[in-house]
Design a protein around this ligand. Structure first.
Ligand code: GCU
Length: 607
């Protein structure tokens, strides 16, 4: 076995720990000229990370200047060298797609899987190339043609690498190490009530760009100035000329600007005739951003979302958020949502429930899901997985959470459907937690002042009162919390004996309530796990909650049954959380109709 000398290993470890982080995210990757790398990739399951560490547990890995990991398709200089892997002869996984649902032996696997994609590429002189991943769970190391590009942490946000000087004309080899092992200091931490789907779970593509390109832009109706569009354009640099334009022909908008030396222009302009986006009329405009060397087309809806006392105002009109919570999972073929067909199915089920709003829990869903919500007319609560018992005092944990929030906001800042950035869910009270989440709230507002900021707050109970006095409530726009009256505490027929004590004069949007029912299990309404018990629980919750003065919305938990390693009952659960209103076979449970008729009534009330 080769024994690299210790000094070299130390240098390599330092270099690799500083491997290039993924760059700032380009806006609207789907609107660029891009080549998809989706399809079947060879893979090697590597539970002992043999491809990354030598037998003395020293990483083979080198920085961007050196070779990649061991499994990196390096040209074998010494034919005698012992080679104990072969991607060409290895099986394949579909990308995008979690590995758990593609191979029986990977269903509960937590560890490293190496992926390899060979592809031919035609380069154009003068172009720049970005390698873009929609998401990969959880820690991802990327190597192109034996050179390390960098590392990304976080399972639900996009990342990219500039590969202009590493992409070959002709044959290329892309090797990716993905490790979905849960760790206490990560975001999320080790304890979550969802399946830890690992792998490259969203699109992979290479975007071809001009030497100077439109890197980022934002156009949104101002929250504070009626009839004014605010935004910015950021070029990759200002070397190709400073003129830029914003064109929205259908709204008679044609604005020309000059960017500053850094390539940025911040603008605002009045609009006269504009149909505002709403769930009832999800109007999207064709928007074109033009620079001297680049043009980007997007479809953007314009609306305002504000609060006034205990009211939520969409385009200045009071609205009730008729919502439902959704995980990124197709219950029919358990696994991450695989494409637009899956996503449209989930969102259509929400619309069948007469929803105008969805809580995309507990982590960023795909850009395609958000663009579909724009198109189908569903408002969105978007969330980062600051979930339960986070390592509040670890600075790198905070940096990770902040990066995930920043990337989420940057990716979806032009999506009319998104009205709430949530900085977390059900996190135990402490001063470090308050500081951590308070900083996230402040940063969300700094990045985007056109939307609401919230979180699922902590609640406690005393003397038949549900008490909401979580100090984080001071900083956020909504009073949102999860309450499981009738399931985790009390019986359905005791729910009405309880009241609410809410410290804040803000709109109340219940982020979760509900109970488990095994689809098809029928009994009397007092029998837990039966559809009748869940139905009765919803009936009483929906009599009880409207008694709360400031109630302006809800997202009951949850649209469909979903998989969770925390759910063990051998008859009712079998690794499924059964709080869905729809079974994993797509059948509506009786409680579905209870919520649907409640929403019909709320729709009439707020017409
Ligand atoms: C919690 C949590 C959910 C979880 C749910 C449950 O409130 O936010 O992620 O699935 O309760 O216990 O079913």
């Amino acid at each position: 076995m080769k024994k690299p000398c210790f000094a070299i290993v130390l240098v390599l470890m330092f270099l690799s720990s500083h491997a290039q982080q993924s760059g700032e995210l380009i806006q609207h990757i789907y609107g660029r000229k891009n080549v998809s790398l989706n399809g079947r990739w060879n893979y090697i399951v590597d539970p002992y990370e043999t491809g990354y560490y030598d037998y003395r547990r020293q990483p083979f890995d080198q920085s961007t200047s050196g070779s990649g990991g061991y499994f990196d398709d390096r040209r074998q200089v010494d034919k005698a060298e012992l080679i104990e892997y072969d991607f060409d002869l290895s099986p394949t996984l579909k990308v995008p797609g979690d590995w758990n649902s593609q191979a029986e032996n990977l269903s509960l696997y937590e560890g490293t899987v190496w992926y390899r994609k060979k592809f031919d590429f035609d380069r154009n002189a003068g172009s720049r190339y970005l390698l873009y991943f929609g998401a990969s769970n959880y820690e991802t190391h990327v190597y192109l043609n034996g050179k390390k590009l960098g590392i990304h942490k976080g399972g639900f946000t996009p990342f990219q690498f500039d590969v202009t000087d590493k992409l070959l004309a002709g044959s290329n080899s892309l090797v990716v190490k993905v490790d979905n092992t849960r760790k206490p200091d990560e975001i999320p931490t080790v304890n979550t009530d969802w399946w830890n789907y690992g792998g490259i779970t969203r699109d992979v593509m290479i975007a071809e760009l001009p030497a100077t390109y439109i890197d980022d832009y934002k156009l949104q109706l101002s929250k504070s100035m009626p009839g004014v569009i605010e935004g910015f354009i950021q070029l990759s640099d200002s070397t190709a000329g400073k003129e830029v334009s914003v064109l929205v022909p259908e709204a008679s908008i044609s604005r020309n600007y000059r960017v500053d030396p850094t390539g940025r222009i911040v603008f605002s302009f009045p609009v006269k005739k504009l149909t505002q986006w709403s769930p009832e009329n999800p109007k999207l405009y064709d928007v074109t951003i033009v620079s001297a060397s680049d043009t980007v087309h997007d479809r953007i809806g314009f609306r305002t979302i504000t609060t006034k006392g205990q009211d939520i105002l969409l385009n200045g009109k009071s609205i009730f958020l008729r919502g439902i919570s959704i995980h990124d999972e197709n219950p029919l073929i358990p696994g991450r949502l695989r494409g637009q067909g899956d996503m449209r199915m989930m969102l259509q089920w929400a619309k069948d429930l007469n929803c105008n709003y969805v809580r995309l829990a507990h982590y960023p869903h795909s850009e395609e899901m958000i663009r579909l919500a724009d198109e189908m007319g569903l408002l969105v609560w978007a969330e980062v997985p600051v979930y339960w018992t986070i390592s509040w005092q670890n600075p790198s944990t905070y940096a990770n959470a902040d990066k995930q929030l920043t990337d989420l906001i940057r990716r979806d800042q032009n999506r009319a459907s998104v009205i709430v950035w949530s900085v977390g869910n059900e996190t135990p009270l402490s001063e470090p937690r308050h500081v951590f989440m308070g900083k996230l709230v402040d940063h969300a507002r700094l990045l985007d002042n056109s939307r609401l900021v919230a979180a699922a707050l902590e609640v406690h109970r005393k003397d038949k009162m549900v008490i909401v006095d979580d100090p984080l409530g001071e900083k956020i726009d909504l009073v949102s919390f999860n309450e499981y009256a009738g399931w985790y505490w009390g019986k359905p027929d005791e729910i009405m004996e309880n009241g609410f004590s809410i410290k804040y004069d803000k709109p109340v949007v219940i982020t979760e309530f509900g109970g488990d029912a095994l689809g098809g299990f029928h009994a009397d309404k007092g029998t837990r796990w039966s559809e009748e018990y869940q139905e009765e629980l919803y009936k009483i919750q929906l009599q009880w909650l409207p008694k709360m003065a400031g109630l302006r919305g809800m997202t009951p938990w949850i649209l469909t049954d979903f998989r969770s390693p925390r759910r063990h009952h051998p008859v009712y659960q079998n690794f499924w959380n059964r709080k869905g209103l729809i079974t994993e076979t797509g059948k509506r449970k009786k409680a579905f109709l209870v919520l649907q008729s409640f929403y019909d009534a709320m729709e009439r009330k707020y017409k």
